[in-house]
Structures are given as C-alpha cells and as structure tokens.
Design a protein around this ligand. Structure first.
Ligand code: AHG
Ligand code: MN
Ligand code: MN
Length: 325
C-alpha cells in the first residue's frame, strides 16, 4: 500500500488551528468547546441506556433524562469554558441570563453563546442532534461584561456546530473559512476531513416544516407552489443542526419562517440564527431573516427569535424575492 493509504489522518483540531495562526486565546476557547462536545456526544449515545438503567422506561422518565441532557450539556460547556482563560462570558438557551466568567482585565476576551443540545426532542428516536456555538469579541468595560453577549452576528469571530449523527462531526467557521472535522474514536480527537467548504451554488432541495403551511404568508405559499411543480426534493429532519449541515454540503435552502402565530419564527437569533448564518455565509451562501441578513439584526434580548432562510445564495434570494418583494 502507498504511504498515503497507510498514513493516519493526524491533523487534529489543535494542530489545524495552530497552523492557521488563529488567535491563541480563541483557539483555547474553541478547543474547550470541542472537548465539551466530545463529552456531550458520549452522553447522547448513552441516552436510552441511562434511561433503561436509570428507571423503568416510559415517556416521563425519558422526558426527565431529555431535560437532564439539555441541562447537562449546558453544564459541560460551562465547565469547559471556565477552564479556557480567554472566555469572558457565556449565554445559552438553558441559562436565563449571561454567566460572567472573567472580565477583560482578567483576560476575558471572548463571549460564547450556545444551544447546548439542538433538536433534543429527537433523542428518544435516535435522530441526529447537535450543539451550536457562537463566539463574539468581549468589547465591554469590566462592569458591563455580561452585555458582550448582545452584539449583531456580523461581529462574530467564530461559529459552528457539532452534529451527533452516524459520526460526530465538528464544523467550524472562522475568518479563514469553513472546515469540517470528524471525531476519530481511535484517536479520541477531531481530525480535519474537509477544508474550506463552499456551499453548492444551486440545488433543488427545500427544507421546511410544511405542517404549518396554513400559517405561512402568501409569498411563502407561492414559493412552495413553485417548488412543488419544479422538480425540487423535500428534506426535513427537524433538527436544525442536521438540516443545516445537509444544506451546507449538498446545497438548497433551509427555512424556519415567521408565521401568523410566531411573527419572529421559532429559532433563536443569538445561538441558532447567528452561528448558522455565519457558517453558511463564510461558505459562500446566504442567511436571511426575510427583510435582510440575519447577521445584521441588532439584538435587544439574548433569547429573541428570528426567521431563518439559509442556504445556496440563489435559492435564498428566490425565497426572499417572493416573501419580501
Ligand atoms: P431545540 O431542541 O434546541 O429547542 O431546537 C429545536 C428546533 C430546531 O432544532 C429545529 O429546526 C426545530 O426546532 C424544529 O421545529 P418544528 O418541530 O416546529 O419543525
Ligand atoms: Mn435549537
Ligand atoms: Mn436546544
């Protein structure tokens, strides 16, 4: 066998970040998040086992474990960030407000936001779930460190997700581009498998929960009528991380729109829309909130929601031209 065939892939995340000359403080924050996601992935794999081992089956118990897994995932990320010297403040879907870790004068240079476990309602049927993270610069005076989590997505310095699927995949976007790593169970580390990912510019795949079609605005219903008669494929997993990851690699568009009942949609701006929007834009795609880019939205509250239309630029434009003429 040639050397190439026998050589192990040893380009670990840490090696890759060092080779990119990434800010060392940012690199330790990202490596901390990756460590936390390895621990979360292990727990997700054992969710059902713990359920059986823990108490005799049944929805409520699993519901309890599910809630435990959301909260446990959050605690794991927080624990890892406490050990990352440049982490200033943490906010997440599971925390009421920001958790200040260290001020700028104590070395806290980055604010981290996370959806610790996205798609958690899918765990009991073994469908892929994920962790989403967003990193912003801590640009605040010491006594306002908590406010560093409220910045437009345009200010992000890094963002990404870990998908707990048939393999455990880390997708990381920085100013250098979008890279994909797979957790090598033998090494126990993430190794680089795809570098500088570019989203396909065209693909006839649309991803939306059509159960709510009667609550969609007319423009969106127009778009759906068009795709139904234009040879598009429909894909919807119901875990944002899985739906966006497919969109990144295959192209097309993922939509979680505003509806009559939820005028700002369901997904959260700061730890779902912004990080996923950053990944897709860095890969050459588009990320719209309908009237304009997700990343340009000025947040007023850490848990506020946003409509999400992300994917191949041409397809996103096609949707927004119909929904926001
Ligand atoms: P979370 O589990 O973090 O609350 O997120 C669930 C979200 C997202 O993963 C997915 O895109 C969306 O819920 C699916 O919502 P519907 O079931 O309404 O389609
Ligand atoms: Mn989520
Ligand atoms: Mn979640």
């Amino acid at each position: 066998m040639s050397d190439a065939e026998t050589a192990e892939n040893l380009t670990t995340l840490a090696k890759h970040l060092a080779a990119q000359d990434l800010d060392p403080g940012l690199a330790t924050v990202l490596e901390g998040l990756a460590l936390g996601c390895k621990a979360i992935g292990h727990r997700v794999r054992r969710a059902r086992i713990e359920d059986v081992v823990g108490v005799a089956g049944g929805e409520n118990v699993f519901g309890e474990i599910q809630q435990k897994l959301d909260v446990l995932s959050d605690e794991v990320l927080l624990q890892c960030l406490r050990d990352a010297p440049a982490a200033a403040v943490y906010a997440s879907e599971e925390q009421d407000g920001p958790v200040v870790l260290r001020t700028a004068s104590e070395g806290g240079r980055f604010a981290v936001l996370a959806d610790p476990l996205d798609g958690s309602s899918n765990i009991d049927v073994a469908v892929s779930v994920g962790t989403i993270f967003s990193v912003l610069p801590n640009d605040k005076p010491d006594d306002e460190t908590g406010m560093a989590v409220l910045q437009p997505g345009r200010n992000q310095v890094a963002a990404g997700y870990v998908l707990y699927g048939s393999s455990i995949v880390l997708v990381l976007a920085t100013e250098a581009g979008v890279d994909m790593f797979t957790l090598d169970p033998m090494l126990g580390d993430f190794v680089l498998v795809l570098a500088k990912i570019e989203i396909p510019q065209e693909k006839k795949i649309y991803s939306i929960n059509e159960a709510y079609v009667n609550d969609f605005d007319e423009g969106l219903r127009d778009y759906l009528a068009f795709v139904h008669e234009s040879g598009y494929g429909a894909r919807y997993i119901g875990s944002m991380v899985a739906d966006v990851h497919r969109t990144l690699l295959k192209g097309g568009v993922f939509i979680y729109p505003a509806t009559g009942k939820s005028p700002q949609g369901k997904l959260r701006l700061m730890y779902e829309g912004n990080p996923m929007g950053y990944v897709i834009e860095r890969a050459g795609g588009a990320a719209s909130a309908g009237r304009g880019p997700i990343l340009d939205r000025i947040p007023s509250e850490v848990h506020e929601r946003t409509p999400v239309i992300v994917g191949s630029a041409a397809e996103v434009d096609h949707v927004t031209r119909r929904t926001h003429p």
